[in-house]
Design a protein around this ligand. Structure first.
Ligand code: UDP
Ligand code: MG
Length: 148
């Protein structure tokens, strides 16, 4: 089953949004396969965001991600990469639709509370980076009530 990497950023943790965010993915029907709270080092944050290293906001982005603990997760389900991005909303919360996490819970692009992989390829890279120990193998007993 398709998997994606989701991270609640330090502002989401500080603002007490962890339960709310997990709840949205759980209620959708996605399966939580990995979960941990970690404070990452600068070099790790730079590696996670390596594709953005040439961007003018890169230094600020890295400072933001290392400013406190984050909640790193792996979620699984049909189309979870694309649907996860829809649940999260547009990068800039000013453009995120109401009903999305960023649309409901954030104001500024540099404090947008959550990360989600943007493709199946980046999901597998990010899962390998954040969960080298692997993730849980399980499926809900409610599976036939979620999938036909
Ligand atoms: N970001 C920023 N300023 C920008 C663009 C992005 O601070 O002009 C931050 C923002 O926190 C965003 C992260 O950099 O979530 C990664 O950017 P990306 O384009 O990958 O957006 P995402 O995939 O998170 O929607
Ligand atoms: Mg991105």
């Amino acid at each position: 089953m398709e998997q994606t990497f989701i991270m609640i950023k330090p502002d989401g943790v500080q603002r007490g949004l962890v339960g709310e965010i997990i709840s949205r993915f759980e209620k959708k029907g996605f399966y939580l396969k990995g979960l941990k709270m970690v404070s990452v080092e600068r070099s790790f944050a730079e590696k996670h965001y390596a594709d953005l290293s040439a961007k003018p906001f890169f230094a600020g982005l890295v400072e933001y991600i290392i400013s406190g603990p984050v909640v790193a997760m792996v979620w699984a389900g049909k189309n979870v990469v694309v649907t996860g991005r829809k649940i999260i909303g547009a990068t800039n919360p000013a453009d995120s639709a109401p009903g999305t996490i960023r649309g409901d819970l954030a104001i500024e692009i540099g404090r947008n509370v959550i990360h989600g992989s943007d493709s199946i390829e980046s999901a597998s890279k990010e899962i390998a980076l954040w969960f080298p120990e692997g993730v849980a193998e399980w499926q809900s007993n409610l599976h036939p009530w979620i999938y036909e």
